[in-house]
Design a protein around this ligand. Structure first.
Ligand SMILES: *Cc1c(COP(=O)(O)O)cnc(C)c1O
Length: 366
């Protein structure tokens, strides 16, 4: 029996997601220690101590199912963003919400739109339900909203994924441009606006997408506790949107998709504004450190609005492997049609320094 052929063709066609290499795996493979991981856009400060304390306390009750309705966290989010409780859905990471949006609205034969070089989960979520993903050519590595609008209308697409800022390019669309895009878009086309890096936006770039929800019921805003809040391992994210849309997404959600430890930690993380501020400040300094270092090495990079930056380098795959040998894990992005680039997450000052020193050494060897 061939169990590959037994799966539908659209499942067989899926290229699995390639995560950043875990530190423990590199330790096993090369027998080295003192490894720096700058590969998954994690928070180098870890998480808010208050969130970690809440997670620890929640361990006492792991024998019980979590609140499947996620009341405390949804209530905290509803208050923070000025929306009703039924406009919030929680996810097992925001990745879950991207999939749930696809599952709720797409079926075989439907089409959905995303940009070239956009987050890899979009095509996965679309393909997993047998729908067809259409990738629109990027403009200077960023989303070409006019092209995406045209493709969506021409192809009669039901769903559009937009990452702002985008990963792995770090590119950013100003709020006014996004708003105009939504205004011009036919209301039957849903838009998932993935704002995983929202908290890293410089003050002058911030915009209030949540306030657009009354104007655009076809808008779904997704955010996460994995990045600036530092809870990547606990898997918790949320979507905000129209109550009818959230209702549909809720119907395809696993009843207990967010565990109680994650819920408890996220409630505290949301309130610890000081931690988010420290994260933001550290990232700003680290971004300057790394981009100045790349510039000093004569390397071209794509200006980034997230907690990572992608830079162009000859023999990227080889440089990636050599960096591993020197104890630095970055992210190759050939699977994003960027084979000449590597993506590095912003770390602590010492981690950034270790990366730059290793890179300099490698460039001297080549
Ligand atoms: C990291 C990331 C996410 C989500 O991560 P979760 O841990 O599942 O919340 C979503 N979108 C983009 C663009 C990301 O980079």
């Amino acid at each position: 029996m061939n169990y590959t052929d037994l799966a539908p063709a659209y499942i067989r066609a899926i290229a699995p997601y390639q995560p950043g290499k875990p530190i423990s795996e590199l330790e096993r493979e090369l027998g080295i220690t003192d490894i720096v991981k700058l590969a998954s856009n994690e928070n180098p400060l870890g998480a808010s101590p208050k969130a970690v304390a809440a997670a620890r306390a929640a361990l006492d009750d792991v024998g019980l199912y979590p609140d499947g309705n996620g009341y405390a966290l949804k209530d905290a989010l509803a208050q923070r963003y000025g929306v009703a409780l039924d406009q919030v859905v929680l996810g097992n990471g925001s990745n879950d919400l991207l999939e749930l949006a696809a599952r709720a609205y797409l079926t075989a034969g439907d089409r959905a739109i995303y940009s070239d070089h956009a987050f890899a989960v979009y095509p996965l979520a679309i393909q997993a339900v047998g729908a067809t993903g259409i990738s629109v050519p990027a403009k200077d590595f960023g989303h070409d909203l006019e092209g995406m609008h045209a493709a969506a209308v021409q192809q009669d697409a039901k769903l559009i994924f937009i990452a702002n800022p985008n990963n792995p390019t770090g590119t950013f669309l100003p709020g006014a441009v996004l708003h105009e895009f939504l205004r011009a878009l036919p209301a039957q086309i849903l838009v998932v606006l993935d704002e995983a890096y929202n908290e890293y936006l410089p003050v002058e770039c911030r915009y209030d997408s949540v306030s657009w929800l009354c104007e655009f019921p076809n808008l779904i805003v997704s955010r996460t506790f994995s990045k600036a809040y530092g809870l990547a391992s606990l898997r918790v994210g949320y979507a905000l949107g129209d109550a009818q849309v959230m209702d549909m997404i809720n119907r395809v959600r696993q009843p207990f998709n967010v565990n109680s430890v994650a819920q408890a930690a996220a409630v505290e993380a949301l309130q610890d504004l000081d931690f988010v501020r420290r994260t933001f400040d550290l990232n700003l300094r680290g971004m300057r450190q790394i981009t100045a270092g790349l510039f000093g090495l004569g390397l071209e990079y794509i200006p980034s609005y997230g907690n990572f930056v992608s830079f162009r380098i000859a023999d990227a795959a080889q440089v990636y492997r050599r960096l591993l040998e020197l104890g630095v894990i970055v992210r190759p992005i050939a699977n994003y049609a960027m084979p000449d680039y590597l993506r590095v997450s912003i770390g602590l000052e010492t981690e950034n320094e270790k990366f730059l020193t290793a890179l300099k050494k490698i460039l001297g060897e080549l």
